[in-house]
Design a binder for this molecule. Structure first.
Ligand SMILES: CC(C)(COP(=O)(O)OP(=O)(O)OC[C@H]1O[C@@H](n2cnc3c(N)ncnc32)[C@H](O)[C@@H]1OP(=O)(O)O)[C@@H](O)C(=O)NCCC(=O)NCCS
Length: 173
């Protein structure tokens, strides 16, 4: 059973005040990304980066990234595709990366970050439509984490999973 989220956790847009250098992750690419690439991606508006901190401490304990994206309609499983208009491409929001500091694993932070990201995606989709949230799972363990929360593999790649925005809406009724 996951611990109840700590009431002092806060998710904030990445800012230069945040301390990223102490962040340690079992996935070195996700550690490197936060330390060396995230600010640039944010400045160039190719990804929005959100970090989990415990204010007033600025140390980053977890993060996720969001970007506008599209998927090929052929990637959508047939039972869902039947209910959609026949456009070749469909608008989605890409949850490109999500990671928790390795010292903080197993305390509910991953779930807290995922729910925060889904809520943000749902709110944004009211202004600019996205019919699902898509994730690129970097390995089988990451895919299992997303599947634990109802994500479904897309047709053409086992590492790409999605959750329809209609399902996300029911999480926040
Ligand atoms: C995957 C990751 C984000 C999970 O974070 P976490 O804070 O340890 O997870 P939580 O404590 O919030 O766990 C929430 C639930 O997910 C489950 N869970 C956690 N990791 C899981 C995994 N790899 N596979 C299946 N379920 C998992 C937990 O058992 C828990 O279930 P419960 O609510 O039924 O008890 C974290 O391990 C991580 O940063 N891993 C490295 C990066 C990574 O793989 N990111 C995802 C792809 S980019």
């Amino acid at each position: 059973m996951t611990a109840v989220p700590h009431t002092s956790w806060a998710v904030e847009p990445l800012h230069k005040i945040h301390d990223r250098q102490t962040f340690r992750c079992c996935a070195p690419a996700l550690e490197r990304y936060l330390q060396s690439q995230a600010r640039q991606d944010s400045d160039k508006r190719v990804a929005a980066i959100f970090v989990l901190v415990q204010p007033p401490v600025a140390q980053v304990l977890g993060y996720y990234t969001l970007s506008a994206s599209t998927i090929d309609a052929k990637e959508v499983p047939p039972e869902l595709a039947r209910k959609l208009p026949r456009y070749p491409q469909l608008p989605v929001t890409l949850l490109g990366r999500l990671a928790v500091d390795q010292q903080m694993k197993g305390q509910g932070m991953g779930q807290f970050l995922l729910m925060d990201s889904l809520h943000r995606c749902l709110q944004a989709a009211a202004g600019i439509a996205a019919m699902a949230v898509v994730v690129d799972a970097k390995d089988a363990s990451a895919a299992a984490f997303y599947q634990h929360f109802g994500f479904i593999p897309l047709n053409l790649s086992a590492s790409r999973l999605f959750l329809p925005m209609a399902t996300i809406a029911t999480l926040f009724d």
